[in-house]
Design a protein around this ligand. Structure first.
Ligand code: IPM
Ligand code: MN
Length: 332
């Protein structure tokens, strides 16, 4: 069975790293049909297009989406701040109900943990607004939306994930000492679901403490579950402690499979090095491996995971690294 995969290279280094990910996908021999979408800030600057509704409808019929990065395409070139990030990336996550953002961090056994970030709620939900804008008495509020349903489905996913690891340890990361409403709901739901998983040991860390542990003792962690904004920040740090954000992959999953899941590197468009064959394609390649796994292409996914188990051992230009991975995947 051939998978229909939507490809959004996007802006900056996005298309370059995505090309390498597709090369690796081809090398696995998995049959797929590729549907390309020319979207991103460069497209917005060309003709004002962000994400047409028809494209969104078409995406619903696909099996998966592979994305490079969207945002500033080149130094000095930018769409209004956050326009394409919210208009493409966040819209996709929300409307396709990709409620899990799975970000694994692995460097050849030295660093090995994964963050499960809630991907549809929290401060990202867009609740808030201005009062008396542009006056000295202006007020800006930005709420955090936490539904029991949204928290529970994320926490459940995390317990299931932890059930499949060797250490079977799950840590909730929040800031419940200060965020007493949202944090309380997260902890209560976490404890309730925990009762169903007696084989999983659990822990809790405040987000600020977790940042220290990430740097000083990442081995403390196996699986982490956290909210949208904490997860966003913590996974950039995760990338930094696991060899660099150039290795950090992510899967935006709709585990209920009511729509396609989306796979993308954690990094952005890196306009300063765009078009120079310098960007590290490993995050995009590992993301494509996560896609294969989610599509049930276990054998192909295992090959990519094996070759990229220690991504820090590769060096060279974007295309050279892609070629090395292709050669090793083909040789298995
Ligand atoms: C990420 C990115 C996005 C986010 C931005 C581009 C909206 O930083 O995927 O981590 O904040 O989720
Ligand atoms: Mn981020």
């Amino acid at each position: 069975m051939s998978h229909r995969i939507g490809v959004i290279g996007g802006d900056g280094i996005g298309p370059e790293v995505t090309a390498e990910a597709l090369k690796v996908l081809d090398a696995t021999g998995v049959a797929y049909e590729r549907v390309d979408y020319d979207l991103g800030a460069h497209r917005y600057l060309q003709d004002g297009t962000v994400l047409p509704d028809e494209v969104m409808d078409e995406w619903r019929t696909l099996d998966a989406l592979l994305l490079g990065a969207v945002g500033d395409p080149a130094p000095g070139q930018s769409a209004p701040a956050g326009l394409v990030e919210r208009g493409i990336l966040l819209r996709m996550r929300f409307e396709l109900d990709q409620y899990i953002n799975l970000r694994p961090f692995r460097v050849g056994g030295k660093v090995d943990f994964e963050v499960i970030r809630e991907n549809t709620e929290g401060t990202y939900a867009g609740e808030g607004g201005f009062l008396r804008k542009d006056t000295p008495h202006e007020i800006a509020t930005q709420g955090s939306v936490n539904t029991r349903m949204g928290v529970e489905r994320c926490v459940r996913y995390a317990f299931n994930k932890a059930a499949g690891t060797e250490r079977k340890h799950l840590t909730l990361v929040h800031k419940k000492n200060v965020l007493t409403f949202a944090g309380d709901l997260w902890q209560r739901v976490f404890d309730e679901v925990s009762a169903e998983y007696p084989q999983i040991s659990t822990g809790y860390d405040h987000i600020d403490a977790a940042c220290i542990h990430f740097v000083e003792r990442p081995e403390r962690y196996d699986v982490i579950v956290t909210d949208n904004l904490f997860g966003d920040i913590l996974t950039d740090l995760g990338g930094a402690v696991a060899g660099g954000v150039g290795f950090a992959a992510s899967a935006n999953l709709n585990p209920a499979r009511t729509g396609p899941s989306m796979f993308e590197p954690v990094h952005g468009t890196a306009p300063d090095i765009a078009g120079q064959n310098k960007a590290n394609p490993l995050a995009a390649i590992i993301s494509a491996g996560l896609m294969l796994e989610f599509l049930g292409e276990t054998e192909a996914a295992d090959k990519v995971a094996k070759v990229t188990a220690d991504p820090t051992r590769f060096s060279g230009s974007t295309t050279e690294i892609g070629d090395q991975v292709v050669a090793e995947v083909t040789a298995i």
